[in-house]
Design a protein around this ligand. Sequence first.
Ligand SMILES: Cc1cc2nc3c(=O)[nH]c(=O)nc-3n(C[C@H](O)[C@H](O)[C@H](O)COP(=O)(O)O)c2cc1C
Length: 377
Amino acid sequence: MTRAAPPPSAEPNGRAGMPLFNEQPLKLGLFGINCSGGLTMTEAETTYEVTWEHTSKIAKKADEVGFEALIPIARWKGFGGSTDFNGTAFETYTWAAALAAQTENIAIVATSHLPTVHPIVAAKQAATIDHVSGGRFALNLVMGWFTSEMEMFGVVQRGRTDRYAFGDEWLGVVRDLWTSDDPVDFAGEYVTVADAVSKPRPLQQPHPVLINAGNSPAGLDFSARNVDINFAAAHTLDDARTYSARIRDLAWREYRRSMSVMMSAFVICRDTEEEARQVRAHILEKGDYVGARNLATTLGMQSSSFDSQVSAGLDPFVLSFGAYTIVGTPEQVASQLVDLSRAGIDGVALAFLDYLEELTHFDENVMPLLREAGIRR
Ligand SMILES: Cc1cc2nc3c(=O)[nH]c(=O)nc-3n(C[C@H](O)[C@H](O)[C@H](O)COP(=O)(O)O)c2cc1C
């Protein structure tokens, strides 16, 4: 598996207005601002709430400070416990459409559970948001790992390989609808459409940026074949390095495709390390461990991204849904983001306990250090 040089990150044509492919060495996004709790399962004090006014304020702030993307979590049901973590959540296509109209430069993502949306509906919704945003829309394709959530729709949860086989058919139809001059006829094992059309075409060519967080062998293969950006499930710096090399190599070797790799990270940044550690301890003290156990049990059984976190106990779930966590001073946070960039990560979608307050602090205190380090311009 050697090659002279790694394949370059995706830099597709026809996406001139798409910030996820701008010149910034490390792209920055916000993750989870449509869902109660964001990534954190705690009763610790925060001004963060899922109201339209608040989510819109955070989105505009992220746009103003020059972040590249707003990435929502697709969630239809919470995890119980004292917080019913993620139980209150804005639907992501409609959320994205509204934010597209309220922002100027940032990419807006909809995260779509493919089994819950007919591909013709999804193709048209995506094209509509691409037009509203002026070509800043991206679609994050998720297959649905949370069985009781998927079963609310009256569908039978498929095994993982079948989930991605379904995803292949679904996406094939959507891609054809976006790009074909002729009506689309398709009769697959899971999806059938007859004489199907969808106009207008998306503004981005050949189609909006596609994202997927597949992590199992079937998921990685789906990503490598189909999407522009894979969301890495990386819990350590070593994971980030190995994972990003692996998915890029797979995409290039098997499909001659280049690929970007992003990941999520939960950040607690304070002026002193002591303060940051205290916030971490406070989040855990007030943690919703009943909800965390529900989540960990579900994840352990149904998603391969989090195996190491499940065995590490519940704290990583309370803190950050098991995501990569960075705790420290602005210098420490900046230095860890530089490390991730050097490890091959093209972008990080950040989450905070208090998104609005902490984004402002991040902009004032961390962004200048990222510019000094050359990973932001
Ligand atoms: C950054 C990131 C964001 C994700 N967002 C969602 C989401 O919004 N909704 C969801 O059901 N799953 C989400 N997932 C889970 C993935 O869709 C996927 O199930 C998981 O990464 C495991 O991969 P696998 O399906 O190949 O086992 C996310 C995963 C990651 C790493």
